[in-house]
Design a protein around this ligand. Structure first.
Ligand code: PMV
Length: 305
C-alpha cells in the first residue's frame, strides 16, 4: 500500500511561498493508493466519485483539475503506464491539511511500486510538486515534502528538509471550520497584497521568519508554552494578511479559553482548519469538547517527530 502524509503547518505558512522558512508536522492520516493492471492509465478516487482515463477530458471542473494533476504526475514516466490507481483519502480536502499533496505522493508511490521504480522521498516530493502546481498554482513545496518524508521539519524552498528532533511530544487538536479554504485563492490574494505594497508584506514575512526560527528552538527544547505563544503571534500576522475568518477566530478563542497553550489557522486559511497546542492529552480532550460544543468537527493528534 502506497501512502502520502497530510500535514499541519505549525508556523510560517504563506511566508514559505516567498522563500521564508516554515515548520510543519506530518499527520498519521493521509492518502493511500494501490495500482492494478488496466487498459490505460486511469485514476479512481471513490470519495470524489471519479474514475477516468488520463486522456478523457472531464466536464466537471474539479474532476478535470484532478485529471490534469494526474497527467502532470504521469509526465514523470517514460510512457503512461497501463495501470488504474485507486486512491482512498483519510483527510478532508480544502482544509489546509495538505490533502492534495498526500494524494499526489500516494499516486507516485503506487505507480512506482507497480513498475518496480526506486525513487527516494526527495524525488517523490519533486514529482508530486508537478501536480501541486496544477492544484495550487504557486506551491512552496512544503506540502509535497512533508507528504513524502513524514516527521517534523523546517522547510525552506530549494533547501533540503531540516528534521527537528522534538524535546517533547506535541499534543494538538485540529478543528475544522466547516468552511472550505481555497489555497489557490489565498495564495493569490497574498500575491496581490505583495504586489501593491511589497515593503509592508515583506515586513510581515520578516516577523514570521523570526517566529519560525524561535519555534525551531522551542520544539527542540520541548518548551510548549513558548511554542504556544509563537503560534498566537503567527496567527496575528496571518490575520493582518486577511487570511482568517470570523469562524476560525471564534474557534481559536474558544480553544484558548478551554486551556490551549496557543492556537492558529493552519495551511492556506480563508476557511479550512485551525490547530490548538495542548499541554497533555486530557487538556486536548477538553479543547476538543469545547470545539465540538460549538458545532465544529475536531480530532486530537500526537506528534512525536
Ligand atoms: O492549504 P494547504 O494545506 O495546501 O497549505 C498551504 C500552505 C501555503 O504556505 C499557504 C502555500 C504553500 O504552498 O506553501
Amino acid at each position: 500500500m502506497a501512502f502520502g502524509h497530510g500535514k499541519l503547518i505549525l508556523l510560517g505558512e504563506h511566508g514559505v511561498v516567498y522563500g521564508r522558512p516554515a515548520i510543519a508536522a506530518a499527520l498519521p492520516r493521509g492518502a493511500e493508493a494501490t495500482a492494478e493492471p488496466a487498459d490505460a492509465a486511469r485514476l479512481s478516487v471513490e470519495a470524489w466519485n471519479v474514475d477516468f482515463a488520463a486522456d478523457a477530458i472531464q466536464a466537471d471542473e474539479r474532476a478535470e483539475q484532478l485529471r490534469q494533476a494526474f497527467c502532470a504526475l504521469l509526465a514523470g514516466y517514460a510512457t503512461p503506464p497501463a495501470l488504474r490507481v485507486r486512491v482512498r483519502l483519510g483527510l478532508p480536502t480544502a482544509a489546509g491539511l495538505g490533502g492534495s499533496a498526500a494524494l499526489s505522493v500516494a499516486i507516485v508511490r503506487a505507480l512506482d511500486e507497480a513498475l518496480g521504480i526506486e525513487r527516494d522521498s526527495a524525488a517523490v516530493a519533486e514529482l508530486a510538486l508537478a501536480a501541486e502546481r496544477v492544484f495550487h498554482g504557486n506551491p512552496s513545496g512544503i506540502d509535497s515534502a512533508l507528504a513524502a518524508h513524514g516527521g517534523v521539519s523546517l522547510y525552506r524552498k530549494g533547501a533540503p528538509l531540516e528534521a527537528i528532533k522534538l524535546g517533547r511530544k506535541l499534543t494538538l487538536v485540529v478543528g475544522h471550520s466547516g468552511e472550505p479554504g481555497s489555497t489557490r485563492e489565498t495564495v493569490a490574494s497574498v500575491a496581490r497584497q505583495h504586489a501593491r505594497n511589497p515593503a509592508r508584506i515583506d515586513q510581515i514575512f520578516d516577523g514570521m521568519e523570526a517566529l519560525v526560527v524561535n519555534g525551531r528552538s522551542a520544539l527542540a527544547s520541548g518548551e510548549l508554552w513558548r511554542l504556544g505563544q509563537l503560534m498566537v503571534l503567527n496567527q496575528k500576522l496571518l490575520v493582518s494578511l486577511l487570511l482568517s475568518t470570523p469562524r476560525l477566530e471564534e474557534m481559536c478563542q474558544v480553544a484558548e479559553k478551554a486551556g490551549a497553550l496557543g492556537t492558529k489557522l493552519t495551511g492556506g486559511g480563508g476557511g479550512g482548519c485551525m490547530i490548538a497546542l495542548c499541554e497533555h492529552a486530557a487538556a486536548a480532550e477538553q479543547v476538543k469538547a469545547a470545539l465540538t460544543q460549538l458545532g465544529r468537527e475536531a480530532f486530537v493528534i500526537e506528534v512525536s517527530g
